[in-house]
Design a protein around this ligand. Structure first.
Ligand SMILES: [Zn+2]
Length: 408
């Protein structure tokens, strides 16, 4: 089998420090060697950096046709109204929107997705051939009133069965996503997490996204109550008195892997719990977080406590694009004191860990999938030390390798 021998100015294995003037060897679809130095048959990629393909741990590809994020952003329930309207009035077929999102993701260097889906189309498109990103596709379930419970459980069960019928490759996995505390009946939530546990699949839930959500849980008041009342779904009996985020986090700890998406308002109590629950990863969506004007995200505190923090773009309904690379650049700009290595790890290996794929991808490690992003570095920053300029605002993803094949 012919080896591809690639020489770049920088190589960021992620598992291990950055290597200057280094080589990545690819054999078939796997990484065969990573080392500092030269090779007589190497293809010189010039002033570039090779990094692992990016892992976008949280998307909703069905909104990929949106040209700009939806508003208003406050209260959050008003944005939920906008997204519901967008979903019901959109005339572009779902398959086309999802395909657009897959292509945009790949171009931006994303080779693995945590996708939230409201139909089976994401799963079908992502598993269609090996020119697609790896993915875990979570089926979203929603229903606040008790009469919705049975139907939603059936939807989840049918989806997991479909996964079995499709005979998926090991590049595509299934999951369940009870949407959020304000949209999922507490009993349905527990049942769905139980289903995930019984089937050995991960779950993803939007949690601690807004202050309004905390008010909804603890006081049964605020904009989410107004929204549910407007939809004819509000019944104060549905929520027990004194519910906390803990009631949603604790069941997730029973799974082999779970994503607490956003966690914008996780406080000391939740952090204490998460420290004891390594199966749960927190997914921080930096530009979406910024778009809604939330208070500073606790991601660095979470990481300092040993909690796995992955990154996501969320959808184009709250972000101008689906580029995880731009999320990394945004973090670089917002957090000048945080190391490039840490930011890059959040966007690669931490995402792979969150999706239970870190034995196969997420770093440039011998034996893992040869999923790479080639970053064009800026030519005027030649005095780079330790690759500190990797995430410079002018560097960009110029090529992407998927499973050992350059796809652009
Ligand atoms: Zn989301």
């Amino acid at each position: 089998m012919e080896r591809q021998i690639l020489a770049a100015r920088w190589v960021f294995p992620v598992e291990g420090p950055p290597l200057e003037r280094a080589i990545v060897e690819v054999e078939g679809s796997r990484i065969a060697a990573v080392y500092q130095g030269e090779h007589p048959r190497a293809v010189d990629l010039g002033n570039t950096a090779l990094i692992p393909g990016l892992v976008n741990t949280h998307t909703h590809l069905e909104f990929s046709q949106l040209e700009s994020p939806l508003g208003p952003t406050k209260p959050f329930a008003a944005w939920i109204r906008s997204i519901m309207k967008s979903r019901f009035t959109c005339t572009v077929p779902a398959g086309q929107r999802i395909q657009q999102g897959i292509e945009e993701s790949l171009k931006a260097g994303t080779t693995c997705l945590g996708e939230i889906a409201t139909s089976s189309e994401s799963l079908q498109l992502l598993s269609a051939d090996d020119r697609k990103p790896s993915a875990v596709v979570f089926r979203e379930c929603l229903g606040f009133t008790p009469d919705r419970i049975e139907k939603q459980q059936q939807i989840a069960a049918d989806y997991l069965q479909l996964g079995t019928d499709l005979e998926l490759s090991d590049a595509v996995g299934l999951g369940i996503s009870p949407h959020a505390p304000y949209s999922v009946n507490p009993d349905l939530y527990l049942n769905l997490v139980q289903q995930a546990r019984d089937q050995g699949v991960p779950a993803a839930v939007h949690l601690a996204e807004t202050e309004d959500e905390l008010e909804f849980l603890t006081q049964k008041s605020g904009p989410f109550v107004d929204l549910l009342a407007e939809l004819g779904l509000w019944d104060p009996q549905i929520l027990r008195d004194g519910m906390r985020l803990y009631d949603y986090l604790a069941p997730l700890a029973e799974l082999t892997s779970a994503l607490a998406v956003h966690g914008n308002y996780f406080g000391d109590a939740e952090i204490e719990f998460l420290k004891q629950a390594p199966q749960i990863s927190v997914v921080y969506c930096p530009r979406t977080h910024h778009y809604f004007g939330h208070r500073p995200h606790p991601w660095l505190t979470l990481i300092s406590q040993g909690i796995n923090v992955a990154l996501g773009t969320d959808s184009r309904a709250s972000n101008p694009d689906l580029s995880l690379w731009k999320e990394l650049q945004f973090l670089r700009e917002q957090f000048p004191n945080v190391s490039t290595d840490l930011i890059l790890e959040c966007g690669t290996l931490a995402g792979a860990r969150a999706l239970e794929l870190s034995d196969r991808l997420g770093s440039l490690t011998v034996g893992k999938r040869a999923d790479l992003a080639l970053i064009r570095l800026t030519d005027d920053l030649v005095s780079d030390t330790g690759g500190a300029h990797l995430l410079n605002s002018r560097s960009y993803v110029s090529r992407v390798m998927l499973n050992g094949v350059w796809i652009n």
